[in-house]
Each structure stands twice: as C-alpha cells, then as structure tokens.
Design a protein around this ligand. Structure first.
Ligand SMILES: NC(=O)c1ccc[n+]([C@@H]2O[C@H](COP(=O)([O-])OP(=O)(O)OC[C@H]3O[C@@H](n4cnc5c(N)ncnc54)[C@H](OP(=O)(O)O)[C@@H]3O)[C@@H](O)[C@H]2O)c1
Length: 245
C-alpha cells in the first residue's frame, strides 16, 4: 500500500507509520516541522522502510500548504492508496477558555484544516481508484461534555464529515475510516491523569491498520471506549450537567 501520513512525527501517528513501514508499505510523511520530518523519515528507514521516505511541509493551520504537499507525495509515490491523518491539537477546557487565539488554532487544525486537507486529497484518491481516507477523530466528539467542550466540538464536526464521506463515496471506491481513540498515553495527554481503560499508541496503531485493511467505517480504540461512550451517549442532559466527565 502507498500511504501518505500526516502526524507521523509523534504519538499514535508515529506508531502507525512504524507499523506500516515494518510490513513493507511505502510511505510519504507530511508535517509542519522540517527537522522532525527528517528524523521521522530516518527512523522509518531504520525500522524497515525499503527506500528513502519522502517528506513535505504541511501545516493544518495553513491551507495553502495542502496542495503542494499532496502534489509532492503523489509525484513520489505514483499511485496513492491511503491518506492517514493523525495530526491534531489538544488543550484542556481551562487552557482553551483562557486563550481564544489558542482556541482558534485548535479549531482551525482539528476541524477546518483537517476537512480541507481531506477535500484536497479526495480527488487524488478517487483518481487512483478510491483507496482509503483514515482520520483520527475522538470519543470527545460523541457528546457535549463539560471538560472537553471546545476540543470535543472540533472532533464532533470532524466525525460527522467523515461519516458523510463514507456514505457518499464508498460506492465510488473511496473508503472512509473514522477512528475514535479514547484516552491514549502520548505527548498529547502528558500531565493528565489517565482514566481506567487508558491505552498505548502501539496497540492503537495495530487496530488502526486493521481497520484500514478491513475498510471499517468507525472504530473505537481501546475497544472498551465503545461501551463507555454507549453509556455516555444514553445519559439524559440533567445527568450530564451533574457529572464531571
Ligand atoms: N492521545 C489521546 O488520548 C487521544 C484521544 C482521542 C483522540 N486523539 C486524537 O488522535 C490524534 C493523534 O493524537 P496523539 O496523541 O498521537 O497526539 P501527539 O502525540 O500530540 O501528536 C500530534 C501530532 O500532530 C501533529 N500536529 C499538531 N499540530 C499540527 C499542525 N498544525 N499541522 C500539522 N501537524 C500537526 C504533531 O506534529 P509536530 O511533531 O510537528 O508537533 C504530531 O505529529 C489527534 O488527532 C488527537 O486529537 C488522541
């Protein structure tokens, strides 16, 4: 599989890229920091990628970077089978409420930028037969919740977009895979108290790759979060106002 990945420099994205490289897939890595991209490319070659890994700058808060980044990836890979977007921003509700320019960047990266990047990539994927669009959303978008009101709103909008893409384009060959991680121990969650059922990037990455291979439209990972969110989605509003979750 020839895969473009955005977010491979750290966390879950790095684990997914390593998993794909180890099984022999060809990768092209997009990200916002040239030094981090070079380190990531070298790491992937050391872990089994059979040729040099191409890189290009792509910042989710700057839509002007999307077309040149995807064009560079297409030129290097030839056929594109898959785009994986794990890049994203997080802030606590307190941090975001206290700094609206930070909130603006987060909403731009997680919602507007991610969706616009998918829209730039969609014709490219469809021209090569459809392939797979795999994007990391979050369980935080499943319900309006006090501790993740702003971050969750960005992911709620993203999840709806991904569901609609799958409904609209699967018949034309493009499969859309929406991943909803629960709490995963990465740099994004460093300093937060891990809840029960917290996961680690490597098993989450294996689950993401399996979902891509199977064309699963929606995956909760670690799996227990599927049941946790089923309960949370069924709670009445008065209960959601009372609990701190
Ligand atoms: N960890 C969790 O508990 C959890 C739970 C639910 C959902 N998620 C979602 O899963 C995805 C991956 O999370 P993670 O834990 O792996 O995060 P992470 O370790 O913080 O990694 C975030 C990645 O996003 C990239 N990135 C951030 N802002 C960017 C921008 N403006 N343009 C391009 N790249 C950008 C970072 O690149 P740099 O190296 O340049 O900073 C990094 O590669 C995110 O979408 C996150 O919202 C995570």
């Amino acid at each position: 599989m020839n895969t473009i990945i955005v977010g491979a420099t750290r966390g879950i994205g790095r684990a997914i890229a390593r998993e794909l490289a180890a099984r022999g897939d060809r990768l092209f890595v997009l990200g916002r920091n040239a030094d981090q991209l070079e380190k990531t490319a070298a790491d992937l070659v050391a872990r089994g990628h059979k040729e040099q890994v191409g890189t290009a700058l792509c910042d989710l808060t700057d839509a002007s970077t999307f077309a040149p980044a995807l064009a560079a990836a297409k030129a290097a890979l030839g056929k594109v089978d898959c785009l994986v977007i794990t890049a994203g921003m997080f802030g606590t509700q307190d941090q975001l409420e206290a700094d609206l320019s930070f909130t603006e960047s987060l909403l731009q990266a997680n919602f507007t930028g991610t969706i616009l990047l998918c829209e730039h990539a969609r014709p490219l994927l469809l021209a090569d037969g459809g392939g797979t669009l795999c994007v990391l959303s979050s369980v935080a978008g499943d319900r309006g919740r006090k501790p993740v009101a702003l971050y969750g709103a960005s992911k709620a909008g993203l999840s709806y977009y991904l569901e609609a893409m799958d409904h609209k384009y699967r018949a034309e060959g493009m499969t859309t895979v929406c991943i909803k991680p629960g709490f995963v121990r990465t740099g994004m969650t460093a300093g937060l108290k891990p809840p029960p059922f917290a996961g680690d990037p490597e098993p989450v990455a294996k689950r993401v790759v399996r979902a891509i291979d199977r064309g699963e439209p929606l995956v909760y990972t670690p799996m227990m979060w599927r049941w946790v969110m089923l309960v949370i989605r069924s709670l009445p509003r008065f209960a959601m106002r009372k609990i701190g979750f």
